[in-house]
Write a protein that binds this ligand. Structure first.
Ligand code: CUA
Length: 347
């Protein structure tokens, strides 16, 4: 009805709902909105009614009204139950949003003043343009190169802050092929408003066609392997025998015993930290200050490539990695005198 008014047609009240989670989020939104409207009407109606009835002209003598336990319990318990419904419903949506399905396809996003850089497992890279297949859960792993950004796709009802120094993630399953806006929704400098782009949702066949372009520089894991060699990582992280630094094969998503007695999971966050700030967590049996600090030496995109390489060394990693080529066994250059024990390596 309103859409027939020419101006309003260009400014829809809601963006289209183009993801699996959108209808559920909209339903909760409407539930809360309707409850709020109803409660506002009830409160203002009561206010007007009492103002009318107890106006000094109609009710010149004040009367003391004693409390009513029944009434007070009713207006405490009923709203409490309604709030609990909001809480439980919201918590369920939140919990689902925090837990991407295991078979989600992983795409990497790096925010940088003022653009979104996208990296695909096959090595393709794009700026301000995200291609996803329809009907397939997609998990975005996001990093920031500088300040806090916020990645938002209104049509999918997803948004997440992208904090420097962390990986943040969100996931969605697109349901309608088409082209949708993507925004930065956190003020991040004077060109924040220009930090926008498009999400292209393609039919699976079209997507396969689009993806077959492939990365000119090999898959993400292969790009990572190149960096691994270039930065000399391979001299200490030997693939099949103990070097000065821990073996990386089979490491991904496995528990790691640290020298302070803690055990941590070798997930993306751990690998990222260990690359940029190796002394933050030292593996049990190894010495600190062996590996140089790569903070400032490697971009977030480089770190994503390196992590993809490390993941590729762990068959049976996340599903998103299965599609990428598993590089053949890489023979790392061995130093002439590989130290046998880790603590011999202090020079
Ligand atoms: Cu990035 Cu606003």
């Amino acid at each position: 009805m309103l859409a027939n008014v020419p101006l309003l047609a260009d400014f829809p009240l809601f963006p289209v709902a183009a993801s699996e989670q959108a209808p559920g989020i909209d339903a909760l939104y409407w539930f809360i909105t309707i409850i709020s409207i109803v409660m506002t009407i009830v409160i203002f109606a009561a206010l007007a009614y009492f103002a009318w009835v107890y106006h000094s002209k109609r009710h010149p003598h004040a009367t003391q009204i004693e409390g009513s336990t029944k009434l007070e319990l009713t207006w405490s318990i009923l709203p409490f139950l309604v709030m609990l419904v909001m809480f439980a419903w919201g918590a369920q949506i939140f919990y689902r949003a925090q837990n991407p399905p295991k078979d989600a396809m992983e795409i990497f996003v790096t925010g940088k003043q003022w653009m979104w850089k996208i990296q695909y497992p096959d090595g393709t890279r794009e700026i301000d343009e995200l291609h996803v297949p329809v009907g397939q859960p997609v998990k975005l792993t996001m990093a920031s190169e500088d300040v806090i950004h916020s990645f938002s796709i209104p049509a999918f009802r997803v948004r997440h802050d992208v904090m420097p120094g962390h990986y943040n993630s969100l996931w969605f399953t697109a349901t309608k092929p088409g082209r949708y806006h993507l925004f930065c929704t956190e003020y991040c400098g004077n060109q924040h408003a220009g930090m926008i782009g498009w999400v292209d949702v393609l039919e699976p066949r079209e997507y396969a066609n689009w993806a077959s372009g492939g990365g000119a520089q090999g898959s993400l894991a292969e790009q990572g392997e190149k960096l691994f060699q270039q930065n000399g990582c391979a001299t200490c992280h030997l693939l099949d025998q103990q070097g000065r630094c821990p073996i990386l094969r089979g490491l991904y998503n496995k528990p790691v015993q640290l020298n302070d007695g803690r055990t941590v999971l070798a997930d993306d966050a751990y690998l990222r930290e260990s690359i940029l700030d190796p002394n933050a967590k030292i593996v049990a049996g190894f010495e600190p200050n062996v590996m140089p600090n790569f903070k400032g030496q490697l971009s977030e995109e480089n770190v994503i490539q390196l992590i993809a390489y490390i993941k590729s060394l762990s068959p049976g990693g996340p599903a998103s990695q299965q599609g990428t080529q598993q590089p053949a066994v890489v023979i790392a250059p061995r130093s002439a005198n590989p130290p046998k024990v880790a603590n011999a390596a202090q020079h």
